[in-house]
Design a protein around this ligand. Structure first.
Ligand SMILES: Cc1cc2nc3c(=O)[nH]c(=O)nc-3n(C[C@H](O)[C@H](O)[C@H](O)COP(=O)(O)O)c2cc1C
Length: 170
């Protein structure tokens, strides 16, 4: 192993350890989608969704600079965040397909500004884009919540690369 190899494997070990540390934070799973002015729609699975402000209601999520859906988000003025429910676990495979087929057969409707919304999600936040800020290898999308809805179905949980259900401690 050359000194350069050794350095890069230390960096890789650290990156893996960093990802594992981040994986200690349980989240939900959402599908965020947008529609460009020419009608092209795109979206991706995310777990970076978070609430920012209650009044006015604002949320954020982060988009990787290499994501294939980025050109559509760059042209859109709105996005919709569909929080997936436990009974939508079977949609995860579909929503991970290559962009061109990702929404094929997935039950969606047009939300605020035409952004695709997944039917029967645990909750939906339809937003206008407030700001887009470059942060390292991601962009932070901050949005004003223009419309929201909530279902009765339990949300799907995500922890350390695995999907499951939330069990409330007694
Ligand atoms: C549970 C989960 C959470 C994810 N969270 C994010 C996220 O917050 N931001 C992001 O840009 N990509 C996230 N990804 C990766 C994207 O869904 C997608 O795979 C990646 O952007 C590559 O997309 P592409 O094939 O369209 O280029 C997540 C993937 C999974 C499975």
């Amino acid at each position: 192993m050359t000194p350069t190899d050794a350095r890069s494997s230390v960096a890789e070990d650290q990156a893996r350890e960093y990802r594992h540390a981040l994986g200690r934070f349980p989240t939900g799973v959402a599908f965020v989608a947008a529609r460009a002015p020419d009608g092209e729609a795109a979206g991706l699975l995310i777990n970076s969704f978070t609430s920012v402000s209650l009044s006015p209601p604002m949320v954020l999520w982060c988009l990787g600079l290499k994501a294939s859906s980025r050109p559509v988000f760059a042209r859109a003025t709105s996005f919709a965040v569909s929080i997936l429910s436990q009974d939508q676990k079977s949609l995860l495979n579909d929503l991970s397909r290559p962009l061109e087929q990702r929404l094929n057969g997935v039950p969606i409707r047009d939300g605020w500004g035409g952004a695709p919304v997944i039917e029967n999600a645990a909750a939906v936040f339809e937003c206008s884009v407030a700001t887009v800020t470059l942060a390292g290898d991601h962009e932070v999308y901050l949005g004003h919540v223009e419309h929201f809805s909530r279902g009765d179905n339990a949300p799907l949980a995500y922890l350390a690369g695995q999907y499951g259900r939330v069990q409330i401690a007694a």
